[in-house]
Design a protein around this ligand. Structure first.
Ligand code: ADP
Ligand code: ZN
Length: 215
């Protein structure tokens, strides 16, 4: 089962990807998480990516495609995977298709989480992330048990630099321009499934599971 999650930043892709991981025992691969990890560790990739990320811009395709293609070779991807935050441009989608075709494989589902911009902006202003393990929270919707402290690892919970309101607007613009065309792309490929992102956590997960069990 090979799955792509599409949707604006903050639509909930990462949260749903993690739920699906548990239910179907396939890994969730988040390019955002991989990039942030590299920034934190000061790797070459991290140094190249940081400026783009902080500005709310996309990291260049070549950098991202290589990481993903490498990651998909790993053993745990044998039974499938769920890609969260990749592809994000048409060239990335083409690159992924080519890499899979070389292995005689293809993506099974492209799941688009639809959410109006106003709802995204409201949601992202409350989003918080753990400095230690990257777990995500929301001040209203998914608060940690103890204010400001991660349930998973006890580290401090902070506002991600690129979740600042001005940067969120920039990222939404980038989304509409560069990533939203993927909706048409996967519709043409015949694997697009649209989910109403305003259904709430449980509603969305149920809708996604219905899709995954339809094949
Ligand atoms: P969100 O889905 O909330 O926007 P992510 O964690 O997926 O957040 O991504 C954070 C940042 O990482 C993006 O704004 C972008 O700079 C970079 N990034 C992540 N995935 C990609 C990708 N596939 N292509 C280019 N840049 C990416
Ligand atoms: Zn943590």
């Amino acid at each position: 089962m090979k799955i792509i999650m599409l949707g604006a930043p903050g639509a909930g892709k990462g949260t749903y990807a993690k739920e699906i991981t548990q239910k179907y025992s396939i890994p969730a691969i988040s390019t955002g998480d991989i990039l942030r990890e590299n920034v934190k560790n000061g790797t070459e990739l991290g140094k190249k990516a940081k400026g783009f990320m902080d500005a709310g811009a996309l990291v260049p395709d070549e950098l991202v495609c290589d990481i993903v293609v490498d990651r998909l070779q790993k053993d745990d991807c044998k039974n499938g995977y769920i890609l969260d935050g990749f592809p994000r441009t048409i060239p990335q989608a083409e690159e992924l298709k080519k890499a899979l075709e070389n292995q005689g494989a293809a993506i099974d589902f492209a799941i688009d989480i639809e959410m109006p911009d106003e709802a995204i902006i409201e949601r992202m202003s409350g989003r918080r992330v753990c400095k230690g393990c990257g777990a995500t929270y929301h001040v209203v919707n998914i608060p940690p048990k103890k204010e400001g402290i991660c349930d998973e690892c006890g580290s401090e919970i902070i506002l991600r630099a690129d979740d600042a309101p001005e940067t969120v607007k920039k990222r939404l613009g980038v989304y509409h321009e560069e990533t939203a065309p993927l909706i048409e792309y996967y519709k043409k490929e015949g694997i697009l499934h649209e989910i109403d992102g305003t259904l709430g956590l449980e509603g969305c997960i149920n809708a996604i599971c219905d899709v995954l069990e339809s094949k």
